[in-house]
Design a protein around this ligand. Structure first.
Ligand SMILES: *[C@@H]1O[C@H](CO)[C@@H](O)[C@H](O)[C@H]1NC(C)=O
Ligand SMILES: *[C@@H]1O[C@H](CO)[C@@H](O)[C@H](O)[C@H]1NC(C)=O
Length: 177
């Protein structure tokens, strides 16, 4: 009924010999806790439901998962007051709804680099360019780092500009408000 241990050991050895360890993509959930629509924006682009995107509308209270490629290093931010053409009051970017370049107007940023060094992701919220809405980066399971926030233009919050890390492979939630 049970395979001999030696057979299992051989099978495991063969399996590990042929496994190619491709770096994994990372899932990030964008959560809009604001009482108004926020249009998350991404530079460079990410994947949403299998399609490449630089941003989309997200209703108050809604969330949307996106996938970051394993070598991602970029910025994620929220735009406010966007019209149907993707022209926004804050955080607006070249490209309309789907950004093709960073916002020049200086929104609060979530900066994130996956697998930056020694098997760790590095990330921080920042108002270094400017501030539009509160932003929190919440690491998922597998990382003991507490959520880091940037809550206003004074740089308040426990993580405004400070670099944090999690083991590569951690998932994240980025929350607006
Ligand atoms: C969501 O926003 C409300 C204010 O509108 C705030 O009181 C609450 O703490 C926020 N939720 C989280 C999980 O941060
Ligand atoms: C990341 O990987 C993609 C796909 O392999 C590649 O096109 C892109 O140039 C890479 N980016 C960086 C910054 O290495």
């Amino acid at each position: 009924m049970f395979a001999p241990v030696s057979i299992l050991a051989i099978a495991a050895t063969v399996a590990s010999a042929v496994v190619i360890r491709a770096p994994a993509d990372t899932s990030v959930t964008i959560l809009n806790n604001c009482s108004y629509q926020v249009d998350p924006a991404f530079f460079p682009v990410v994947t949403e439901n299998g399609a490449s995107t630089g941003g989309f509308p997200l209703a108050a209270g809604a969330s949307q998962a996106v996938t970051l490629p394993a070598n991602y290093s970029g910025r994620i931010w929220g735009r406010t007051g966007c019209d149907s053409a993707g022209q926004c009051t804050t955080g607006t970017c070249p490209g309309g709804e789907s950004c093709i370049d960073p916002a020049p107007t200086g929104p609060t940023l979530a900066q994130i680099t996956l697998d930056g060094y020694a098997g760790y992701d590095y990330f921080n919220p920042t108002s270094g360019d400017n501030f539009n809405i509160p932003l929190t980066i919440i690491p998922g399971s597998g990382c003991s780092t507490a959520p880091v926030s940037c809550t206003d233009a004074n740089g308040d919050g426990n993580g405004c500009g400070a670099t944090n890390s999690c083991p590569t492979g951690t998932t994240y939630t980025i929350q607006f408000c």
